[in-house]
Write a protein that binds this ligand. Structure first.
Ligand code: SF4
Length: 365
């Protein structure tokens, strides 16, 4: 297990919560922990400097022991909506994965014991790219899940959520978006992520759901996506001379479709997990509760620093109504505005995913 955990925090922060930071996500604020280092190098990563680049920006790295990290939570002086442990990659390797399971459990324990959640059902979210899960043995994954289950049972309350952040719904997009540093370990990002998702899903089913422990959830999500009411930036994908928002079902790889179907089926057969999902997200996908516009503007702001990112944006994005992003428009003015066709396709996306029967809602983005 990693005894020294590597995080990144805001420079010049006077907060005594280091290495934690409070984000104004959702309506309640979120306590966010960002690890350093990742096994992917996504173009659109808004945490590039600490995930895979060695640059000095507004954040600086910090090393903390697990114990210190948890103890620092005592300085939290307000309630929060949720806690999220995220990239860099929380499940980078065996050692960090073990640490993360303990960290999540300890944080849940602390939040529950000190009544620090502004929601009735406190939740800790572990957001992972799933690459370690895809490569790890079933035993290692079971060990990871069993540790989390042990905490959930001991704490007796609250929830831990595993979010697998897919980088694309087909092989080409996933590989292009999540270009790996180490191609010997990850030469097919989507296949590795799908394998990881399936293994984790199976382990959660065996170790938790089949034993009536439903406070452990798994959601497939994506690292970016449109905000439907005010799309701002719509990532598009060109297939046979047509343009679709990324993750539009017409662009899905068959195996990815299966993941989504399995997820939907599993949810509907686990009533309390399903109800919890609906209560938490309603018609919305998880990324929407995380203010995607703010998320998007994070990496857009750095577009000129990154030639690869600029090229990706030029080839893959359209910008439409985005008043809050005007500040960045001078930098990316060459990205053309959406035409009627694209707006119509966004409309279709809304119809398919937001106005469908609740049974077919799923947080795939
Ligand atoms: S997996 Fe996440 S943290 Fe890692 S490079 Fe991609 S977006 Fe960044």
């Amino acid at each position: 297990m990693e005894t020294e955990l590597n995080f990144a925090i805001q420079r010049n922060s006077n907060s005594s919560l280091e290495p934690w930071e409070i984000n104004n996500e959702g309506q309640h604020g979120a306590l966010v922990l960002r690890y350093r280092d990742c096994n992917l190098s996504c173009y659109l990563c808004y945490f590039q400097p600490y995930a895979y680049l060695n640059r000095t920006t507004s954040r600086r790295p910090v090393t903390s022991s697990l114990e210190t990290c948890v103890n620092q939570l005592n300085n939290l002086d307000r309630s929060i909506g949720w806690v999220r442990i995220q990239g860099g990659e929380p499940l980078l390797n065996d050692s960090r994965s073990k640490s993360t399971s303990i960290l999540a459990g300890e944080v849940l324990n602390h939040i529950v014991s000190n009544n620090l959640s502004s929601y009735e059902n406190p939740r800790i979210i572990i957001q992972t790219n799933g690459i370690w899960l895809g490569n790890a043995s079933v035993d290692k994954i079971d060990e990871f899940v069993q540790k989390i289950v042990e905490y959930l049972e001991n704490v007796g309350y609250g929830k831990i959520v595993l979010e697998i952040s897919f980088k694309g719904s087909n092989r080409e997009m996933a590989n292009s978006y999540a270009k790996s540093i180490n191609t010997t370990n990850v030469d097919d990002v989507l296949a590795t992520q799908i394998s990881g998702y399936n293994k984790l899903h199976e382990s959660i089913k065996n170790n938790a759901w089949d034993n009536d422990i439903n406070r452990l959830a798994i959601y497939p999500i994506a690292g970016f996506g449109p905000e439907i009411n005010n799309p701002g930036i719509i990532p598009i994908q060109k297939i046979e001379n047509s343009e679709y928002p990324i993750f539009h079902p017409d662009t899905w790889d068959e195996n990815f479709s299966r993941v989504i179907d399995d997820f939907r089926n599993t949810l509907s057969t686990n009533e309390s997990v399903y109800q919890d999902y609906l209560n938490s997200h309603g018609n919305k996908i998880p990324m929407e509760s995380m203010e995607p516009r703010r998320f998007q503007s994070g990496w857009i702001a750095r577009i000129n620093d990154r030639p690869q990112l600029r090229a990706f944006a030029e080839n893959n994005l359209r910008i439409i109504r985005a008043p809050r992003l005007n500040i960045f428009m001078n930098n990316i003015g060459f990205v053309p505005e959406a035409d009627e066709n694209l707006i119509q396709k966004v409309g279709e996306l809304r119809e398919v995913f937001y106005e469908a029967d609740p049974k077919s809602h799923y947080p795939y983005l």
